[in-house]
Design a protein. Structure first.
Length: 264
């Protein structure tokens, strides 16, 4: 009998898909969640908080693989510390972590940098904790998810005009493809930092916004906005891109047609 695989953040956009794919391969799955979840066949839920460490010890007990999808705009280093501490008390599980392309390449020198782009620093802090943990690990960096871009666009469209940061480009990727890669990595030998995963195309941010507006049948004026600071300068230089790892297949246009166009 194989040991269960623990997925942190297993109720989020990425984690839900990881859980579904693991189940399709016949794996026994555990999910760590901060709040109670409705029962689900084949999934055992544990309530715990990575920020405080409460409830993690029981979730990691007996697992040989942990897929760490939980994260946020800040505090990922502390969450990784608490997860590593608990995991280290119960053996040497393979810890698989999802990070972001650009971690370590985008400087956060000012409060404004950290407020707008602190996510990159948060992921880097977690990467370092995991790499120095002594546990066997695999870290994958991916570009931004289509789901996130749509979420941001939905908020921005509430404004009478949509700000469009000049010089910004993104290489978004389908979260389902990232989930599939994480599952493959988890079921393989620990590999340390693996090649990045980027979407199939790079887009100026204005094109992404126009595509969303078109798919949603909405009309807004785009207002060019020059973002200040060292982090914004790095993004204009392409620090958030992985042009040599454009291995995602599902396009932004296909995603919009299926997720936004149909609902609109």
């Amino acid at each position: 009998m194989t040991s269960p695989i623990l997925v942190t953040g297993g109720t989020g956009t990425l984690g839900r898909q990881v859980v579904e794919l693991l189940q399709k391969t016949g794996q026994e799955v555990r999910v760590l969640s901060r709040s109670p979840q409705p029962p689900r066949a084949g999934v055992e839920f544990f309530i715990g908080d990575l920020s405080t460490g409460v409830g993690i010890d029981s979730a990691v007990q007996g697992v040989e693989i942990i897929i760490h999808c939980a994260g946020g705009p800040s505090g990922d280093g502390l969450k990784a510390q608490n997860l590593v501490r608990a995991a280290s008390l119960d053996g040497r599980p393979h810890l698989v972590f999802i990070s972001v392309v650009g971690a370590g390449r985008i400087p956060l020198r000012s409060k404004a940098d950290r407020a707008m782009f602190g996510y990159f620093g948060s992921k880097l802090a977690a990467e370092r904790v995991i790499a120095q943990s002594g546990l066997p690990f695999t870290t994958l960096r991916a570009t931004q998810f289509y789901d996130l871009l749509v979420l941001v666009a939905k908020q921005m469209v509430k404004l009478p005009a949509m700000p469009s940061p000049t010089g910004f480009r993104f290489q978004p990727v389908d979260s389902g493809e990232v989930a599939a890669r994480l599952v493959d990595l988890a079921l393989s030998e620990p590999a340390g930092r693996v090649p990045d995963l980027g979407g199939p195309r790079i887009y100026p941010v204005a094109d992404l916004l126009r595509d969303y507006l078109s798919a949603a049948h909405r009309h807004r004026v785009l207002v060019p906005l020059r973002m200040p600071g060292s982090a914004a300068r790095a993004i204009r230089a392409g620090a958030n891109l992985a042009p040599d790892q454009a291995i995602g297949r599902r396009t932004w246009e296909d995603f919009l047609a299926e997720r936004v166009g149909h609902s609109a």
